[in-house]
Design a protein around this ligand. Structure first.
Ligand SMILES: O=C(O)c1ccccc1N[C@@H]1O[C@H](COP(=O)(O)O)[C@@H](O)[C@H]1O
Length: 221
């Protein structure tokens, strides 16, 4: 099965073009005021048109209320919603029904005990996303550029569809894929030169590293 690759926190046409040229399956837009990657829904709506028919456009929100989500959905027309806050299984189901969109639910992981949290979301969220816990003092629930111990995911059932995120970059993606065999990966800080500032060269290098890693893994199989 092809590896899904999401480049998240996009804010400029150049960065989106680099993500699409590299072969991103998903492009993510952040709607969270405290993030250096925050975009307004209208800007995201303009930017996401480049991805039409090429990659799924994902709206990333954090405990957003209905009014904020209504505005995001109307202006951006995302293909998917990513819930990166403390949204309950009930809220997740409600949003799926309200907008008729597939939902990615994010979980923060330190060790295998954190995986118990996913149980009530199985059959509710369409896909799970595993990110590291935010460092102490961080204002952001994600996008902190920190990894967790990927061995924690060894306890997952084989049928769990998820994306691995948190501190991925061109230098560690081979090890991350080898450790997890993740069906999808998600990166933001690792292709930036400063918080919120994507770099087209780093994006291209990330895709090269992913291709090299997947070629090595399929050769070894
Ligand atoms: O990137 C952000 O600023 C952000 C803000 C609020 C919620 C989620 C956010 N990003 C998510 O974090 C991971 C990527 O993090 P990293 O920078 O690669 O470590 C990814 O799931 C983004 O969607």
């Amino acid at each position: 099965m092809a590896l899904d690759i999401k480049i998240c926190g996009l804010k400029t046409p150049d960065a989106i073009a680099a993500a699409l040229t590299g072969g991103a399956s998903h492009v993510g837009f952040i709607f969270f005021g405290k993030s250096p990657r925050n975009v307004d829904p209208e800007t995201a709506g303009r930017l996401r048109t480049a991805a039409q028919g090429r990659a799924k456009a994902v709206a990333v929100t954090v405990d957003a209320d209905d009014a904020a989500l209504d505005r995001i959905i109307a202006a951006m027309r995302p293909d998917m919603l990513q819930l990166h806050g403390r949204e309950t299984p009930e809220r997740t189901a409600e949003l799926k029904a309200r907008y008729g969109l597939p939902v990615i639910k994010a979980f923060s992981v330190h060790d295998a005990t954190d995986l118990a949290a996913i149980m009530p979301y199985r059959g509710v969220a369409d896909r799970l996303l595993f990110d590291a816990k935010p460092p102490k003092g961080s204002d952001l629930p994600g996008g902190n550029g920190v990894s967790f111990d990927w061995r924690a995911l060894a306890a997952l059932d084989g049928d769990v569809d998820y994306m691995l995120s948190g501190g991925l970059n061109a230098g560690n993606i081979a090890e991350a894929l080898k450790a997890t065999n993740a069906p999808g990966i998600d990166i933001s800080s690792g292709v930036e030169v400063a918080p919120g500032e994507k770099d087209v060269r780093l994006i291209a290098e990330f895709f090269q590293a992913v291709r090299a890693a997947t070629n090595t893994m399929s050769g070894a199989a």
